[in-house]
Unconditional design. Structure first.
Length: 592
């Protein structure tokens, strides 16, 4: 059985991340490692530079010819002072570029996989997770992983090499004195213990960031309602509690992180004090030169920030691993609605739709449909009516296999839709719903989503049939006008007519209409309804409607309640049926 992201060990997560995202970039990685090694060697060389400066200065003071001594000193020291910083700076510049490129390419690949996985997931599962939490994984968690990758590559390779080269140089200069710095190694035991506690705190912080993103999206998206109902103070209080909780979680995380530096600071001070005391003894006893003591002290100065970085690296890795786990949770999501191994391509459909004793239940056990059978013959308009929660939208979602029937079957032209490819199935359908989706792109691009190979002439023709061309022509740039976020600059009727134009351009034989006019005023509804009637000609239409006046011309009406079909027939037969549900609903709407 495959382990879930939460069940993977740290070693397994790191191994997978390395295998999938870092090792494929081995060319850049080896180049970065070369420049890191060069940088480490150049950094360690400063111990020789300091030793050389001190010892040469001492020899100059003892020389009878000060001028010649100074000249020799300059010829030796100046080239070293120029070459070492130049090599160090160039190597550092190149390794940083390569390291960042590796990290950015890795997280870019992760984001692409996350996006592909999120959109291939079942519609029910996709819509179940709060959008803000999902967005947080694409932004906050990816940023954490990027930073951890940069720090990880830099510290693990560059700093470890620098520590190794520097310790080697220190041992070469004065091995007895260099052993004093081993006190630093004692710091890593408490640091590891502290870092183990950080994993859960890091996950709590990241999940809460996702919650805040969702709440902000809700609050800003409902700005009209918030202002109309005077809820500014209430929203400020609600979000304020989330912000306060974020502060509490971050402070708890930072408190644990902050324990690392004092430990390293104290032990570093002890190491330097030991070097100074023991070094003075060696010089006085003529067991070492002043240059070797300076070299060891220089080595300690070089080692201090590197060891500090390695000490805090585990903190960064714990946060990164927590984010990687959340990201893998998205990438590893597998849809349950899959194509059959030998699924056939559904050619241009005749538009014959049939549900055979279909039942459907949500994951929580809620039964949405119970043994529902409906049929829409080619060219017919079939209406689904009834109170909210009756199962009408579930039927609409079952036909393109956004949901999978728990029992029974859905057929198109006699083919079980589970036996045809998803792409060919959905290519034969067009959807217009109450909640219109428009992207921050041009009018033409939004209509063109119905058929991405269509030219501008076809787009304009579709807009004319949807009664949208006239208002599009009045926009600042016509069909090239950008609509902004979700097209909110347009009226409800205008947005709906663009959606209908998109459906017309698709030219699909099956038309799914989900309460497209329920939120419109009378004038907009009339225009949209006229456009819909033109769209329905020659197509099989399955329409959900609360306003029964919009479905009186339907060839067949199904009345649903609590997931069952109570009655079916034409408007004429159902409206005259005594004690019928449809007649009762119609009477209620007429009185209203």
């Amino acid at each position: 059985m495959t382990s879930t992201p939460e069940q993977l060990t740290d070693r397994q997560r790191l191994s997978r991340f390395w295998r999938d995202y870092i090792w494929p970039q081995k060319g850049k990685l080896f180049a970065a490692m070369f420049f890191m090694a060069l940088l480490a060697a150049a950094t360690a060389a400063y111990t020789w530079v300091i030793s050389l400066i001190i010892d040469q200065a001492g020899q100059m003071d003892e020389s009878p010819d000060a001028y010649e001594a100074a000249k020799r000193y300059a010829l030796i020291i100046l080239p070293v002072l120029i070459i070492v910083p130049f090599v160090s700076g160039l190597a550092n510049y190149l390794q940083r570029i390569l390291t960042n490129a590796i990290a950015l390419n890795a997280v870019g690949k992760m984001q692409k996989q996350m996006f592909a996985s999120a959109h291939s997931a079942d519609y029910a599962a996709f819509s179940r997770e709060p959008t803000g939490n999902l967005i947080s994984k694409f932004t906050n968690d990816v940023t954490v992983v990027s930073n951890a990758t940069i720090r990880g590559l830099g510290n693990v390779i560059k700093d470890v090499l620098t520590v190794a080269f520097t310790i080697g140089a220190m041992l070469w200069h004065n091995w007895q004195l260099s052993l004093v710095m081993t006190v630093f190694l004692l710091a890593f035991w408490p640091i590891i213990a502290i870092s183990k506690k950080m994993r859960g705190n890091a996950r709590d912080v990241q999940e809460h960031v996702g919650l805040i993103t969702s709440e902000l999206k809700e609050s800003f998206g409902g700005a009209r309602m918030v202002k109309a109902y005077g809820l500014e103070a209430s929203e400020a209080e609600r979000l304020g509690r989330s912000f306060d909780e974020r502060i509490r979680l971050f402070l708890r995380l930072v408190t644990q992180q902050a324990r690392v530096d004092p430990i390293l600071e104290v032990l570093g001070g002890m190491a330097i004090a030991g070097v100074v005391v023991f070094g003075m003894y060696q010089v006085n006893a003529e067991l070492a030169t002043a240059g070797s003591i300076g070299a060891v002290l220089t080595g300690l100065v070089i080692l201090s920030p590197r060891l500090r970085a390695l000490g805090t690296l585990n903190n960064v890795l714990q946060e990164g691993l927590s984010s990687v786990s959340r990201i893998y949770g998205v990438i590893d999501t597998r849809p349950t609605i899959m194509e059959a191994p030998h699924a056939k391509t559904l050619q241009k459909s005749d538009g014959h739709v049939k549900l055979n004793a279909v039942s459907f239940a949500y994951e929580d056990g809620t039964q949405a449909l119970r043994d529902v059978s409906i049929e829409a013959k080619p060219g017919q308009t079939v209406a689904l009516v009834g109170a909210s929660g009756g199962g009408k939208s579930t039927i609409i979602n079952l036909i393109p296999r956004l949901y999978e029937a728990s029992k029974g079957s859905v057929e198109i032209d006699g083919h079980d839709i589970r036996e045809v490819t998803l792409a060919s199935l959905r290519r034969n359908m067009a959807l217009v719903s109450q909640n219109v989706t428009l992207f921050d792109d041009t009018v033409a691009a939004n209509i063109g989503l119905g058929d991405q190979e269509a030219n501008l002439e076809a787009i304009i023709n579709a807009a004319k049939h949807a009664d949208a061309h006239d208002f599009i022509s009045t926009l600042p740039d016509g069909y090239d006008t950008r609509l902004g976020e979700d097209g909110l600059s347009l009226s409800g009727g205008q947005r709906q007519r663009l959606s209908i134009a998109r459906a017309i351009l698709r030219d699909a034989p099956i038309f799914l209409l989900d309460e497209a006019t329920s939120a419109l005023d009378a004038e907009s509804e009339a225009k949209v309804q006229a456009a819909l009637e033109r769209l329905e000609v020659g197509r099989t239409t399955i329409v959900i409607a609360h306003r029964l006046s919009t479905v009186q011309k339907a060839d067949l009406i199904y009345v649903l309640e609590n997931g069952r079909i109570l009655e079916s027939g034409t408007h004429k037969t159902l409206s005259t049926k005594k004690d019928g549900t449809y007649a009762r609903l119609l009477a209620l709407q007429l009185r209203a």
